[in-house]
Design a protein around this ligand. Structure first.
Ligand code: ATP
Ligand code: MG
Length: 207
């Protein structure tokens, strides 16, 4: 379906995904690559509206509803933004994708993984990343960073530490199952610049 290259950033809250996605996009653009940098949930007008519902604290939401809303935002994102960009030969960098749904709603909330995979494959029309950077960090540290940066937590971040630990181990488990797609970085003792340099080298090797 595509001529481009699809890179995703995954990992717990506050692990540096957005920071690194920006660095990588900038580096690629400086090398002359055509890049789409986008994020989930969001990336489209509908997606950003759904993001508000998902991360806000006003509405009661079952676990199944949460999973379907993430998938709904993703379906629009793939159709409206990601697929067209890949067809134009762009490098698409996405801050979170299907793995986040499996880690948070699957490993974290305990929804059945096989069902989640089906729903998300339907939403993404089977599209899968060529390369996924998993930024691994203890959830305590990531949440503390997010709190310092924004001063408050969203509906998902507010969940208990136990939930965030399950999410972290979920990501690591997913990475073990698909070693050829995942590049796992233990970033606890790495600066932003060191992390960016590692990601840049890895990307150049694989492009
Ligand atoms: N290697 C690092 N060392 C120290 N601080 C960092 C590092 N990388 C990012 N940070 C800081 O941690 C905070 C969270 O980073 P960032 O927003 O990129 O994470 P994120 O994974 O996108 O978080 P979220 O899941 O909330 O979107 C920011 O304030 C950022 O400047
Ligand atoms: Mg972010």
């Amino acid at each position: 379906m595509s001529r481009g290259f699809f890179i995703t950033f995954e990992g717990p809250d506050g692990s540096g995904k957005s920071t690194q996605a920006h660095f990588l996009a900038q580096n690629l653009q400086e090398e002359g690559y055509s890049v789409l940098l986008t994020r989930e949930p969001g990336g489209t007008a509908l997606g950003e509206a759904v993001r508000g519902i998902l991360l806000g604290k006003d509405l009661q939401m079952s676990n199944e509803t949460e999973a379907l809303l993430y998938a709904a935002a993703r379906a629009q994102h793939v159709e409206e933004k990601i697929k067209p960009a890949l067809e134009q030969g762009k490098i698409v960098i996405c801050d979170r994708f299907v793995d986040s749904s499996l880690a948070y709603q699957g490993y974290g909330l305990g929804l059945p993984l096989e069902e989640l995979k089906k729903i998300n494959s339907f939403a993404a029309r089977g599209l899968r990343p060529n390369l996924t950077f998993l930024l691994d960090l203890e959830p305590e540290r990531g949440l503390a960073r997010a709190r310092i940066e924004r001063g408050q937590m969203d509906r998902i971040e507010e969940r208990a530490l136990e939930f965030h630990s399950k999410v972290r181990h979920g990501f690591l488990d997913l990475a073990k199952q698909e070693r050829e797609r995942f590049c796992v970085l233990q970033i606890a003792d790495m600066s932003k610049e060191e992390t960016a340099a590692f990601i840049w080298n890895q990307t150049l090797n694989l492009l």
